[in-house]
Design a protein around this ligand. Sequence first.
Ligand code: GLN
Length: 450
Amino acid sequence: ETLARIEALEPQLHSFLHVTAEAAIAQARRVDAKLAAGESIGLLEGIPIAIKDNLCMRGVPTTCGSRILENYIPPYNATVIEKLEAAGAVLVGKTNLDEFAMGSSTENSAYQLTANPWDTARVPGGSSGGSAAAVAAEEAVVSLGSDTGGSIRQPASFCGVVGMKPTYGLVSRYGLVAYASSLDQIGPFGRTVEDAATLLEAIAGYDPRDSTSLKVKIPHYSRAVKPNLKPKGRLRVGIIQETFGKGLDPEVETAVKAAVEVLQELGTEISVISCPTFGYGLPTYYIIAPSEASANLARYDGVKYGLRAEEADNLLEMYEKTRAQGFGPEVKRRIMIGTYALSAGYYDAYYLKAQKVRTLICQDFQKAFAQADVLITPTSPTTAFKAGEKTDDPLSMYLSDLMTIPVNLAGLPALSLPCGFDSQGLPIGMQMIGNVLQEERLLEIANAYE
Ligand code: GLN
């Protein structure tokens, strides 16, 4: 059914870069056989799942939406893929994304534009736009994305689905193509909180192959979301004051405030909390993320992976031509910003300063969590915008992650939850942020709201 749905919708949506139909059918048959034999089954047995194309799957092209990895076929699986396979999932294909996860609309993909299923003239958000659109359009039951500054939550909001970025270190990054390693996290998309929780449960856990992986016991997230469960005990919800100011679409503001009222009716205590450094998140991110990206992307030299430029007279020229041909404009822009910010003489003024501000942002969040158990913001200042609307203006594109970026800088878990529609019928998302490793509580409240 899922494959038929993909076939029917892909000519309009273009969520997938690669569909693994044969392998999916083979896995579905194995599940059938297991069920027929009365064998016990895994958490995700038979569930069709789509995978963002920056996660390595053995034997399946992994392009990262980039020409430079056009012919790259990984010889190994990301840890999350191993875990999904062990849980019996049916992996249906690789989804479109902004090149190397750099973007907020999936328009930076070198291959295709993905349409928002609610209005195909609009973007699905990004960078995990393909994974969000696939779940919204029922081309998969759930999907995986990655979130460095909002790339799961913002497309979840634009496509009207649930998307979660876990605490930094909860999910192994082994086999996730690195963008900004101190910020990257893999996370789930689902049409319900329960679906997202179940997928998170399957992928979370310590992995010695990721040096930033946390050694913690993983709760049964799927049990935190039993139907009709009311959040336990007295629960304090804090609205981040700074996110309700200038630049916020009034319809988004109305919907998120109405959602807060629902939380109040559920018995939570609401207060308004100030995070004075919240607004420094965006400029801090655009120093730190490009700096890390410029180092991470140094490996694409035409020797180790994918594309190699023809007709170079010497090694250096081969490097230069490969990178000039292989990377798109946004990736080049970030490599230039990053190498500049890290260069001698500028390092202290930019990179080091940004790291200090990052610490202040973390401290502000900790002060906020002394007053509230969860924090609420809109996920994005607007609903889905039209394709082409922001492509010539990188700064306005960067602004769509204003609300989500500080969360990555502080390593916190957060999810985006659908909370209504604007007058054009486009979905609106509310962001719930929890303190480190408070996923269970976040999912519980989100489920109670849902
Ligand atoms: N849109 C942000 C960026 O362009 C965040 C991307 C992400 O989370 N991968 O960097």
